[in-house]
Design a protein around this ligand. Structure first.
Ligand code: PLP
Length: 713
């Protein structure tokens, strides 16, 4: 094998540097810290929390930063603690065994290169905004668990996604924090000459230069391109400053760096992908780069643009035309003209493949048409989304009826070891047999949840709810103080929530189609549901995109209505929703709400995370729930659409209140002599049995391997 400069050596070098700071008995902590596998290895997080819980939290749960800044006396003390050394030895053994397994090739031609604009691997690597990124992170973790030959490609946004602060009126404000790359669990990839690899992409009138960072996600490397270099102009450096930047021009430059620069980066590292998986349209320009490397045939049309199709697969995540960003030819070529020219491709043909109708010269250019035309396979992310996508993209296939449009679907899943709380995992360990996570998609195994005693399942649920309540209390006090609320009011949150109440969660991006406001459609009815001796409480969280004033207005209305209901300690808004709070939320709620305006929820994954933890779903029959719901494993709101959106909201809000009042609450509070909600627990079992084996990344990746990646002959 030829030597690859794939960054593994550079990560080892960074590890050795960190190890030098550690007392000898703790040296293994260095390599553990440089591989996110610790975050889904049992006791991995405990290991750092045992050393210093508070400092680990303050370090943003980033172990490299934590250990780099931990005072020497604390390191010495930890190095003599038998408990810490024992946990360390256990975690190191598990991780070593995992990393030593042989790799399985997915395809003969080389690894699958998974390109995505965002990756949610862990809260300490802030290069994600929401569902798309978390899915991409979960996917990488699963490829590691299955020991598959896959690499990830993305961008290292120095300032990540927005942080959220609400003011006293409930209006969202944003701020950004700059990551200290020197303390990320990542290393710059160096080439044969010992210097960092440089990737160049002509953007605007200059030559954008980027370095490549490697992050170990278990066995799977994630590469991130970084333009924060002295040779770039301030504008060029801004290309990897923020995720989902407001300006069209900057976003185009980002996607060019990701798509074109990503292929060049792989090449510089000696990695030839067998297949490029475009996760959402953003990286679609990768197809132009690969086309430009093929030998040119003579002819009027550039055949190379067709010839790349065997090398690409495309997953679309957007069910509405407006969600598929487009650019005028002027915009497109003022940013990318030089690149396209330097690749020897014709602007006319690039425009033609990026339009729905190749002959319509006024039509703007989009990455979804380009990705669909460049890929041998296109898929949506739930069965219903597959249908919607076939309809939506039918114009790309003139003469084909919508039903026959070659777009299929692979329903999303979630990475179970990441999203199942340690409490639930501990409970299941006793019933599902050894190594059960390796058979997570086997329904027969999940049948064993019937053997768990009601009291044990209920005790686990109660513990998870209590943990959520503790988090709600401490974060709400701080949120209120930071917002400038009265001190007494802020402090009153210390007794917010009642551990005996039905706890209902709604947390996701605050896009208007998610219809958070449906919950407040009839505040009087809501108040009677909440304010009852068998009461309910709501925890709400989510960020609006900085440019989405509509979504910010919804959030503000929720604030105002909540204040007028005078129930501020039973309906709580947690600020700055991200992967730090999400696991506690999905595990601690009893009911997880999802109220999208159908058919706009392509999949939705937070409900899957909830289900893994024994939290029940109440959702509109859209996205994954229209196939996940079976009548016994949660509750459903009609997913059909009405012409008049106001009438639809009215219908759906009434259905929501009816369910909460007449089904959800009575079932939750129907207790036997020991105080156990027997019917509720039966529903939890039905939910685990039916949903856990299917809506995991184990099943999702098996689908991708069999149906999407399979070599075509
Ligand atoms: C899972 C997850 C999401 C996606 O939630 P949806 O149900 O798809 O809306 C968004 N943000 C975070 C932090 C998540 O963990």
């Amino acid at each position: 094998m030829t030597t690859r400069f794939d960054g593994s050596r550079d990560v080892r070098r960074a590890t050795a540097r960190l190890a030098r700071r550690l007392p000898e008995p703790l040296e293994d902590l260095a390599w553990i810290s440089y591989n996110y596998l610790w975050s889904w290895t049992p006791r991995g997080e405990d290991l750092f929390r045992l050393i210093d819980d508070h400092r680990f939290t303050m370090a943003g749960e980033n172990p490299v930063r934590f250990l780099s800044n931990l005072p020497e006396r604390d390191l010495l003390r930890a190095s003599t603690s038998p408990e810490i050394l024992e946990v360390l030895a256990g975690v190191a053994r598990t991780m070593e065994a995992e990393l030593a397994r042989p790799t399985t090739a997915v395809l003969d031609g080389g690894p699958v290169a998974f390109f995505c604009a965002e990756f949610g691997v862990h809260q300490s690597l802030p290069v994600y905004s929401g569902g798309l990124g978390v899915l991409a992170g979960d996917y990488l973790k699963e490829t590691s668990d299955q020991a598959l030959d896959v690499v990830g490609m993305g961008l290292l946004y120095r300032r990540g996604y927005v942080h959220q602060r609400m003011d006293l009126t409930g209006w969202q404000h944003e701020y950004w924090l700059e990551a200290n790359t020197g303390q990320l669990p990542a290393a710059r990839v160096r080439g044969a000459n010992g210097l960092p690899i440089k990737v160049r992409v002509p953007i605007w009138d200059g030559d954008l230069v980027a370095h490549v960072w490697r992050v170990n996600v278990g066995r799977t490397p994630l590469y991130l391109l970084d333009a924060e270099l002295p040779e770039n102009s301030p504008l060029e450096r801004w290309v990897t400053a923020r995720l989902y930047e407001g300006s069209h021009d900057v976003r185009l430059a980002q996607y060019a760096l990701l798509g074109i620069g990503g292929v060049r980066a792989l090449d510089a590292m000696g990695i030839t992908p067998g297949l490029v998986h475009l996760n959402e349209g953003h990286p679609a320009l990768a197809s132009l780069e690969i086309a430009s490397r093929l030998p040119r045939e003579d002819g009027t049309r550039d055949e190379r643009l067709d010839a790349v199709r065997e090398r690409f697969a495309f997953t679309t995540h957007t069910p509405v035309p407006a969600g598929n960003e487009t650019y005028t030819p002027d915009e497109f070529f003022s940013v990318l003209g030089h690149t396209i020219d330097s690749m020897g491709l014709s602007r006319e043909q690039v425009s033609a493949v990026s339009r729905i109708d190749p002959t319509s010269l006024d039509e703007p250019l989009g990455f979804s048409p380009l990705a669909i035309r460049s890929s041998r396979s296109t898929n949506g992310v739930s069965a219903r989304h597959g249908e919607v996508a076939r309809d939506m993209w039918q114009p790309l296939f003139p003469g084909t009826s919508a039903a026959d449009v070659p777009i299929t679907s692979v329903t999303n899943g979630v990475h179970l070891p990441t999203w199942m709380s340690p409490t639930m995992r501990g409970l299941l360990d006793g019933f599902l047999g050894p190594d059960w996570e390796r058979h997570a998609n086997d329904p027969a195994m999940w049948a064993h949840v019937d053997e768990i005693a009601d009291v044990d399942l209920w005790a686990a649920r109660t513990a998870m709810r209590q943990r959520l309540i503790d988090m709600v209390r401490s974060r709400t006090v701080v949120d209120r103080l930071a917002r400038g609320e009265d001190v007494d009011f802020a402090a009153s949150a210390e007794s917010a929530f009642d551990p005996a109440y039905l706890t209902i969660g709604f947390a996701r991006r605050l896009a208007t189609y998610k219809r958070l406001d449906l919950l407040f459609h009839d505040t009087e009815r809501l108040a009677t549901i909440i304010d009852h001796e068998q009461g309910a409480q709501f925890v709400i969280a989510g960020k609006a995109h900085p440019n989405d004033d509509g979504a910010k207005t919804v959030a503000r209305n929720v604030f105002t209505l909540n204040r007028s209901l005078d129930l501020p300690n039973t309906v709580v808004f947690l600020e700055d929703y991200d992967m730090t709070v999400a696991p506690t939320l999905v595990a601690g709620c009893d009911v997880w709400l999802n109220l999208p305006r159908p058919p706009m929820e392509a999949s939705g994954t937070s409900g899957m995370k909830a289900a893994m933890n024994g939290c029940l779903n109440l959702s509109v029959l859209d996205g994954w729930w229209s196939e996940g719901y079976n009548g016994q494993n949660g509750w459903a709101i009609d997913g059909t659409t009405l012409e008049d959106p106001a009438a639809q909201d009215e219908r759906d809000a009434t259905a929501l209140y009816d369910l909460l009042e007449h089904e959800v609450r009575p079932t939750f509070f129907a207790r036997d002599a020991n105080g156990i909600p027997v019917a509720w627990i039966a529903m939890i079992r039905a939910s685990l049995r039916s949903l856990a084996p299917t809506y995991s990344t184990a099943r999702m990746l098996a689908d991708y391997r069999q149906r999407i990646y399979r070599p075509t002959r």
